[in-house]
Design a protein around this ligand. Structure first.
Ligand code: CU
Length: 504
């Protein structure tokens, strides 16, 4: 008996020590998981503005751009050279710009040591030009997509989309903006001088290990990579001097997994004027806007002479559980960009009361519904298969898609080729920030969303478009599916990957 007791006591002690150790380990992980740069950012670097890409006009009116995917290095910090990738430069890429109705062509040369792709995020274009995982550009290869811009003015972007390696390629620096203009927007009194009162704001979170990027995923972070500081346009701790009363910020979340809740350090209001697919019907005044990876928001903020204000990312309020809130970055906060107003400012005309009509359908003419169950293990229970077409859509029709996340971790949802309207969030009218045209939407766990879109592109039964979670680790882990657009009554064909070779 006494021996049994002794064994039990020893066993009990061992268990108690283990429990304590695990508890202490978890407490350490928990307390070290949240990061903040609020109040500790010195704003010592002038914000870089990506140059506008040069283009040439061909006789037939085609606007031709050249992009080179290349390896390089950049001194994000003084005297520390970080190995990077970029488009026609060492990090990120130039801003492409084209007008509605223009024919565009982009000659892309891949000088990287591995194959990649260039996807035009938010662009309405033929599936073969989309730059998804079926349009691989070999190392040393060239790919020359061309299409006609036919959608409203918007802040779009481009980035690689090679199946299984998108996170890595974007993190190394392959991303850039693609701005679209149209006549109607030109006539509105909006800040529009690029780099002056109309600023691209490409936000990425990063972590450094010495001079190198550290792309390791934090322990217990189901979302993937989370950095411990932010960059804008590749600039750490950035400030920008501004000389106008109204400043338009084109916010792009080009991070791989992090969700931002943008606002200002003094809580001031701003006007949301545009979302992923272009302008809202009218400006919406708010003091916070949430952006998950891939989403954009155009906001206009009013400056007073001589003042400084900081664009900040606040902790996330998305109803996440205790565990996810901490380990998915929800408790983190960042000082993102300081705006410094000149002692006297050029007066800006007030914002127009109406911006325009939304071009996305309202669900009333949807000919069918589809359901998408978001799980890390796959959408609708299936992992991405390059050779399988998951959904077949009839050209010229509108549909209502229901997107549900009950997975216990945050996801978002991006559909290629189209812009959609959010009809409902958990059965309710969407908040103001989700009432514009969208191509990517944040879907935290416990959310069901209905969205409506129209498929107007040319039919191509053999070349699929993608829908997927835009948390890039999840996308790489095959949280993605494929749809083709066909003529009514036509069947889906067989996807066959086409490679971009020299002269292709
Ligand atoms: Cu996801």
């Amino acid at each position: 008996m006494t021996r049994l007791k002794r064994v039990l006591v020893i066993l009990g002690s061992v268990v108690a020590v283990l429990v304590l150790a695990v508890g202490a380990g978890f407490t350490w992980l928990y307390t070290s998981a949240d990061v903040s740069t609020v109040g500790s950012t010195d704003f010592r670097n002038e914000l870089a503005i990506p140059p506008l890409a040069k283009s040439t006009l061909r006789k037939d009116g085609t606007r031709v751009f050249d992009l080179t995917m290349q390896a390089g290095e950049r001194e994000f910090m003084p005297r520390r050279k970080t190995p990077t990738w970029g488009f026609s430069g060492d990090y990120l890429g130039p801003t492409l710009r084209a007008g509605r109705g223009e024919k565009v062509e982009v000659r892309i040369r891949n000088t990287l040591p591995e194959p990649s792709t260039v996807h035009w995020h938010g662009m309405h274009l033929p599936a073969r030009m989309d730059g998804g995982p079926h349009q691989m550009i070999d190392a040393g290869g060239v790919w020359t997509p061309r299409w006609t811009v036919n959608q409203p003015a918007a802040t779009l972007w481009y980035h690689p989309h090679p199946h299984g390696a998108t996170e890595k390629h974007v993190q190394r620096g392959l991303a850039g903006m693609f701005l679209l203009d149209d006549d109607r927007t030109e006539r509105l009194t909006l800040p529009r001088r690029y780099g002056v009162d109309d600023l691209p704001v490409i936000v990425q979170d990063v972590r450094f290990d010495g001079a190198r990027f550290d792309h390791g995923h934090p322990l217990l972070a189901s979302v993937g990579f989370l950095g411990d500081r932010t960059m804008v346009n590749g600039t750490l701790a950035p400030y920008r001097e501004v000389g106008d009363e109204l400043i338009r910020l084109r916010l792009l979340n080009a991070s791989t997994a992090r969700v931002y809740t943008f606002g200002f350090d003094d809580g001031r209001d701003f006007s949301l004027i545009g979302t992923d697919g272009g302008l809202l019907e009218q400006p919406a005044v708010m003091d916070r806007v949430k952006l998950s990876p891939g989403e954009r928001a155009e906001i206009v903020v009013r400056m007073r002479p001589g003042e400084r204000t900081v664009l900040r990312s606040h902790p996330l309020d998305a109803g996440m559980d205790f565990f996810n809130q901490r380990f998915s970055g929800g408790d983190d906060s960042f000082d993102v960009l300081q705006l410094r107003a000149a002692p006297s400012l050029r007066p800006s005309p007030g914002l127009p009361a109406r911006l325009g009509e939304l071009a996305v359908p309202d669900g009333s003419d949807s000919v069918r519904g589809r359901h998408f169950e978001l799980k890390f293990s796959g959408i609708n229970g299936r992992k991405m298969d390059m050779g399988r077409v998951d959904e077949t859509v009839a050209r010229g029709t509108a549909e209502t898609w229901t997107i549900r996340n009950n997975d216990g971790m945050p996801h978002n949802f991006h559909v290629h080729d189209v812009q959609f309207r959010v009809l409902e969030v958990n059965g309710k009218r969407p908040p103001a920030a989700l009432r514009g045209a969208k191509d990517t939407v944040f879907v935290p766990s416990g959310t069901t969303m209905k969205v409506a879109m129209r498929f107007d592109g040319p039919a191509d039964p053999d070349t699929p478009y993608m829908y997927h979670c835009h948390l890039l680790y999840h996308e790489d882990q095959a949280m993605m599916g494929q749809f083709v657009v066909v003529e009514k009554g036509q069947r889906a064909g067989t996807p066959h990957p086409a490679h971009g070779h020299e002269g292709h």
